[in-house]
Design a protein around this ligand. Sequence first.
Ligand code: G6P
Length: 374
Amino acid sequence: EQINKGNYEHYMQKEIHEQPESLTTTMRGRLLRGGSSKAKSVLLGGIKDHLKTIRRSRRIVFIGCGTSYNAALAARPILEELTGIPVTMEIASDLLDRQGPIYREDTTVFVSQSGETADTLQALEYALENGALCVGITNTVGSAIARNTHCGVHINAGCEIGVASTKAYTSQIVVMAMLALAIGSDTISSQARREAIIDGLFDLPSKVREVLKLDQELKDLANLLIAEQSLLVFGRGYNYATALEGALKVKEVSLMHSEGILAGEMKHGPLALVDETLPIVVVATRDACFSKQQSVIQQLHARKGRLIVMCTKGDAASVCVGGACRVIEVPRVEDCLQPVINIVPLQLLAYHLTVLRGYNVDQPRNLAKSVTTQ
Ligand code: G6P
């Protein structure tokens, strides 16, 4: 059922559009609505026996490559907020190159769609040797990472065929948000926040369905950008990962140079690139960083930047003060889940750009779905 393209022309297109269903499957049986007296909660069977050890760890270290790394980056703020444990990020090859310190008191979390990526697997061996607790988050039951970690969570996103990861990314973020909820579940003071996130998770598939309706709008935008050399994507906070992952999607399939930029770093270099020709996507949906993003937009306007602003529905007028810009309006969800919504228009943009530019969308040149050699 999952291995054919159904009514779609490409696997990537199918996988983008099936995200409401894949997210539902990821959450199935894991969110407990709570009864009259019971609180809403999360149950992750694969890690429940290790929660005490995780809560006692002095650090959580996320380790992955490519899109899986970006998904972990998207989940990092909510992990920090709900667990109070410092969370650090490691690209697997870089951890190995540095032989970075990993301790017995660490919880290492290996994020990998395939569960077979050579660098991630080798980093797992390294963490095991150093005595850390190793948690796997994969999409592949029986994969090397699933087998060799102490415990883990399957993302259950269904088979992903397109080399560019799409539905696995959003399911990974949801699993890591659920991980944060599970680890933090013993803290009374954040109960209301956790319940709001659980409500947000229940609503997420329908919000993704809503954002998928922007398909034609993104195709029109792709048509405008078809001949560009480069595209920048600015994000921060929860959506720093959206900037990196959006740019990765664009470059890996449409073969257009694209760079994700942490908006807080704008003045430390990227601003020099801004002129009236270079297209820039700015992610400026509502959250605690919104006013900072508004000021970034104003500064880009002041340099005559060619802006495409992604904002919360109804915010078009407040984000485009001071200059002309094109707007992508998306539905609002709980701040830590917003990256799941915000990546979808960028996946659609990358997809349409690729098809319009005439490249192979499911099998980009030089790339492999799973990189099993170093
Ligand atoms: C390759 C794929 C990417 C993927 C990365 C990590 O580069 O093309 O889509 O994000 O590997 O793969 P993993 O299976 O470990 O998530």
